[in-house]
Write a protein that binds this ligand. Structure first.
Ligand code: SF4
Length: 369
């Protein structure tokens, strides 16, 4: 065991001792840790790194996947979004089934095991359009894992078709859907949602959709989008919601931390936000996620798309044990100022080795390959 120095005789030190002893941290304790600075921050990172080592060892995983954003036309109005376009916009696009098939074929060439498929909430898309996307993927790759359609998209289909969530999810599953991205979570606190995405599905709808996926046998990821108008307490509440769902369903495969990229977004302009969260914010949140979710969601993913390669490497010392996917192309973060949209497996492995850890390719559901 590595030597971990925890400040003594302070509330902060007691919380870290409890985390090291494997005890569950409360929302208030998580919020306090999220304000750590100086020596306290160092101690927090050390404890998170030690808890990571005890829970999942030194292996750092990644998945060979391809991202496909099939349309940027969206009826939504999320104020943090630089990706959406209105119908008729010169930059608006919809990929045809043939274009999707071609992209999946390219993914197979690099040995991808997963396609991750999400798009805007196209006002004219019906259930059949989503089923066609699944069929196109299956034609090109009968075996590939299809990780697709966020809770927002599932609710969009349910609304358009006047169907229940369960019916929609069953229909998608029948056509080959294997798992669902837990995106659209942003911060699962309605005060924050009313500022950053007032028209998006509510906290309650997100939870209901995710639990329905889990009940129907579809695993999902869980995400957080941090670094905008949320408070430390709201971040801790968000993590606690994820933990409570997991206690009930055990359907989450991982927790993905997504720093808010503010360039070209109304939210960034209005609140004069930095282009991305600073390193300290990111380190603290990865560490607190590791401690609050220990024993419930033990895969903590750092996003190289948001943090850049060096930032993602540093998160591996703050509790993270996964670097996500190769992606091949990424449009959502690019539109908001991200500069990288593809990494080869070799590049990801190099980043992991440079941090003294063991790289391993995994499947979407964390089986090692
Ligand atoms: S985040 Fe998604 S749902 Fe919201 S506006 Fe952008 S594309 Fe639409």
């Amino acid at each position: 065991m590595k030597k971990v120095t925890v400040p003594r005789r302070s509330k902060f030190g007691e919380i870290l001792q409890r985390a090291l002893a494997g005890e569950e941290l409360t929302v208030e304790e998580g919020a306090l840790l999220l304000q750590a600075e100086g020596k306290k921050l160092q101690a927090l990172l050390q404890v998170a790194d030690e808890v990571r080592r005890r829970r999942v060892g030194d292996i750092v995983t990644y998945v060979k996947n391809r991202n496909i954003n099939f349309t940027n036309i969206c009826r939504g109005s999320c104020r943090f979004c630089a990706f959406r376009r209105s119908p008729g916009d010169p930059e608006a696009y919809v990929l045809s089934p043939e274009q999707i098939e071609a992209k999946v074929a390219e993914a197979l060439e690099i040995g991808a095991t997963e396609v991750c498929v999400q798009g805007g909430l196209h006002p004219d898309f019906r259930l059949e359009d989503y089923l066609q996307i699944l069929r196109a993927i299956r034609r090109a790759a009968p075996e590939i894992h299809i990780h697709a359609f966020s809770p927002s998209e599932i609710n969009h289909i349910a609304e358009r078709e006047n169907m229940g969530l369960e019916e929609v999810i069953q229909a998608l599953k029948r056509e080959g859907l294997n798992s669902v991205p837990g995106t659209a979570a942003e911060i699962l606190v309605d005060r924050v949602r009313s500022i950053i995405c007032p028209e998006k599905i509510s906290t309650e709808q997100w939870i209901r959709t995710i639990k329905t996926c889990h009940r129907l046998g579809l695993p999902t990821t869980a995400t957080v989008m941090y670094g905008h108008v949320e408070t430390p307490l709201e971040l801790a509440q968000h993590i606690s919601i994820i933990r409570e769902i997991q206690k009930e369903t055990w359907g989450f495969t991982e927790f993905v931390l997504l720093g808010f990229m503010s360039r070209n977004t109304p939210l960034g302009r209005e609140f004069k936000l930095e282009p991305a969260p600073n390193l300290v914010q990111s380190l603290r949140l990865h560490a607190v996620a590791r401690l609050m979710l220990a024993g419930y969601v033990d895969n903590i993913q750092a996003s190289w798309v948001k943090l850049g390669p060096r930032g993602a490497q540093l998160m591996l010392r703050a509790g993270a044990n996964d670097l996500g996917g190769t992606l091949m192309e990424e449009h959502i973060t690019r539109a908001a100022g991200g500069s990288l949209d593809s990494m080869s497996a070799e590049q990801l492995e190099r980043l992991i080795l440079e941090m003294g850890r063991i790289p391993r390719q995994r499947t979407t559901t964390y089986e090692l390959i």
